[in-house]
Write a protein that binds this ligand. Structure first.
Ligand code: NDP
Length: 444
């Protein structure tokens, strides 16, 4: 049995009931085989992989809060501090009923390589809760966030661990979390990113993940002599990442015809009117089906199946494992040429393999959605320097970072004679820097 297979079996045996974590480890280890075989003796001696797959620390805690009826509710809270070899832990907080240790470990593990790829000094972490902000009043969300931070604040700080947003955690939640941190710790410091502009946030952070996804797509297209102009796009989700991916794609000449949420999808052959989506999602916190009630050219379909809509480019920007083999086959049959992941691990392993074997240019989330965390790191820099860069400056840095990531991924794939295999390229490029830092720091 190879070293990577041994380590994978060990992960499965030692982390029972954590399928998402197993899946993320498998994807990474499988694609690192070529690098590991070249250095197997040294990596085995130093137990590099065994250390890499074991989080440095997992903090798990109780989050009690009082709802509007006066009843006490209890949720689970977590922070997975996965790897600090190249910098303080950095990664979002997710508030969603599906959150559990497996999901946060998969996200924290992926974050290590993503953060490494940005070229910025940030380690990997992730956290969150099974709290569902949907349908809660503002006061309930605040009560929950205050209780969550009352415990979490003991373990984070501007130079130790800097959380940000993720699913269910946007500007409102970051504001409540920051306020409570400041109150307890007495520090107005860059302990969270995604903050409001009036208290230390960075311009373009809100847009960064979605814009970065489209900048990455642009790099891939340019490398293949292609452009977005006139292409048909399907973008899944209708949250932060999806909305700003659509915005940038439309600015660059694309026609986006479909979006969804967890209830169903809208199809608008005339092109999605993003101001209406923003009003429904960002202002009214409503459901995507309201779009079809407001726009005559649009239809709404309840349930899954957004991948049945014919497109040249598919940007999955909702959640993990949203695109399975069945969907992948339909996308390929309909002529889809590019899949760039805005969400984390939205494509199942068999679907990923299928699209890559069938000529689709596929960029994994850890490279494609790294613009969010990269801009978070730019927010940290601005906080440390006590200054604010203009939107143009931040956007220019974001573009450069996405270009650099593409180059690193593309180069790594080519170095191992696996041209256009961006999955392998992203994992290798991210892995090499982390391993270098781990080796330099001795056994820790
Ligand atoms: P949001 O909470 O803003 O939006 C998530 C969107 O996905 C919502 O429209 C949600 O719909 C939809 N969704 C969730 N589950 C499903 C499902 N099963 N089927 C269809 N749609 C679904 O989150 P973000 O936009 O911030 O995050 C989206 C993804 O991007 C996640 O994987 C996240 O980890 C990743 N990401 C986010 C970054 C960021 O900066 N925000 C950075 C890097 C990655 P509904 O309202 O019905 O739940």
């Amino acid at each position: 049995m190879s070293y990577t297979e041994e380590v994978y079996e060990r992960v499965v045996a030692q982390n029972p009931g954590e399928p998402e974590f197993h899946q993320a480890v498998k994807e990474v280890l499988d694609s690192l085989k070529v690098v590991i075989e070249r250095n197997e003796e040294e990596y085995r001696r130093l137990s590099i992989l065994e250390r890499l797959v074991e989080p440095e620390r997992i903090i798990s805690f109780r989050v009690p809060w009082v709802d509007d009826k006066g009843n006490v509710q209890v949720n689970k809270g977590y922070r997975v501090q996965f790897n600090s070899a190249i910098g303080p832990y950095k990664g979002g907080l997710r508030f969603h009923p599906s959150v559990n240790q497996s999901i946060l470990k998969f996200l924290g593990f992926e974050q290590i390589f993503k953060n490494s790829l940005t070229g910025l000094p940030i380690g990997g972490g992730k956290g969150g809760s099974n709290f569902d902000p949907k349908g809660k009043s503002d006061r309930e969300v605040m009560a929950f966030c205050q209780s969550f931070m009352t415990e979490l604040c003991k373990y984070i700080g501007a130079d130790t661990d800097v959380p940000a947003g993720d699913i269910g955690v946007g500007g409102r939640e970051i504001g409540y979390l920051f306020g409570q941190y400041k109150r307890i710790r007495g520090l107005h410091e860059g302990v969270l990113t995604g903050k409001g502009l009036s208290y230390g946030g960075s311009l373009i952070r809100t847009q960064a993940t979605g814009y970065g996804v489209v900048y990455m797509l642009n790099e891939i297209m340019q490398a293949h002599g292609d452009s977005m102009d006139g292409k048909t796009f399907v973008v899944t989700g209708s949250g932060n990442v999806a909305i700003y991916a659509v915005e940038k794609a439309q600015q660059m000449g694309a026609k986006v015809v479909a979006m969804n949420d967890s209830n169903g999808y809208i199809y608008d052959p005339e092109g999605i009117k993003l101001d209406i989506v923003k009003d429904i999602k960002e202002v009214k916190r409503g459901r995507i089906k309201e779009y079809a009630e407001r726009v005559e050219s649009a239809t709404y379909t309840e349930g899954r199946g957004i991948w049945t809509i014919k497109c040249d480019v598919y940007l999955p920007c909702a959640t993990q494992n949203e695109l399975d083999l069945e969907g992948a086959k339909i996308l390929v049959a309909n002529g889809c040429k590019y899949i760039v992941e805005g969400a984390n691990m939205p494509t199942t392993l068999d679907a990923t393999n299928y699209v890559m074997e069938n000529g689709v240019l596929f960029m994994p989330g850890k490279a494609a959605n790294a613009g969010g965390v990269a801009t978070s790191a730019l927010e940290m820099s601005q906080n440390s320097m006590r200054l604010s860069w203009s939107a143009e400056e931040v956007d220019a840095k974001l573009k450069t970072i996405m270009k650099d990531i593409f180059q690193k991924v593309d180069d790594a794939a080519k170095r191992y004679d696996l041209e256009e295999n961006y999955v392998v390229g992203a994992n290798i490029a991210g892995f090499e820097k982390v391993v270098d830092a781990m080796k330099a720091q001795g056994i820790c």
